[in-house]
Design a protein around this ligand. Structure first.
Ligand code: GRF
Length: 235
């Protein structure tokens, strides 16, 4: 394989920062990693807005401290649950304003509808705390411990209508120790998440990984090893 065969990033990807909208529900430590990398000039991104579905998420404070626009679409207000359709209508309006190139679900805990996923104006990726396709859904660390897994980790995948089932782009792997429990695994996997998410976004921003979720990944990058790319860290 010659270097000449490598797909060149588009001019847009080479010159303008990737416009990113981030959806969050909690602490926002992954959002913070992206903010820090953006501010350090380590990632060619512009976080154009953050949406939280919880009004008590610390991620909101993190965004506000950096003057990133935040929209809070609380899943409960006055004791009433906000219907997902209402959330999605407001989120779509924000996307129309922010014009993101990429939507990142970073600890976002609501399940989105098929209609919304199919109509987002930009590709959407999710950070999942397990080595997909193993352990889709919730309580991944507990289930991995109970199953006696030797390896565990996290994945970044394209969001599709089927939950946690879209193309896996990248993964980070760790060895499960005999002493690990769900809490220790959560802590150790988060260390990996904080490395995997910015690396994945860098690969997307540089055009190494295809940004358009509709691209047939194997055709687009047929000259590269089959996905996911795995980041192996000794921690
Ligand atoms: C992460 O562990 C992610 O895998 C899970 O939620 C957590 C979010 O963490 N889905 P934070 O809000 O980014 O700190």
């Amino acid at each position: 394989m010659s270097v000449d065969n490598l797909q060149q990033p588009s001019k847009q990807q080479q010159t303008s920062p990737l416009r990113i909208a981030v959806l969050v529900s909690g602490n926002g430590s992954n959002l913070q990693v992206l903010i820090d990398a953006m501010q350090a000039g380590a990632l060619p991104i512009n976080i154009v807005g953050v949406i939280s579905n919880r009004d008590d998420a610390y991620a909101i404070t993190r965004a506000q401290q950096t003057n990133i626009p935040v929209t809070v679409l609380s899943h409960t207000a006055n004791g009433k649950r906000m219907a997902i359709k209402t959330f999605e209508t407001h989120a779509s309006a924000q996307f129309a304003t922010w014009k993101p190139d990429l939507i990142v679900l970073a600890g976002f805990m609501r399940v989105l509808s098929a209609a919304f996923i199919d109509s987002t104006p930009a590709p959407m990726i999710n950070l999942h705390p397990a080595l997909l396709p193993a352990y889709k859904g919730m309580n991944t660390h507990q289930r991995a411990v109970q199953a006696g897994e030797r390896y565990h980790g996290c994945s970044v995948h394209v969001v599709t209508v089927e939950l946690d089932a879209g193309q896996v782009l990248t993964q980070a792997v760790l060895n499960v120790n005999a002493k690990d429990n769900a809490d220790s695994l959560q802590t150790r996997v988060q260390v990996l998440e904080h490395q995997l998410l910015p690396w994945t976004i860098l690969l997307l921003a540089k055009g190494v990984l295809p940004l358009n979720a509709n691209d047939k990944l194997p055709d687009t990058i047929s000259h590269l090893p089959i996905l996911p790319l795995r980041l192996c860290l000794d921690n």
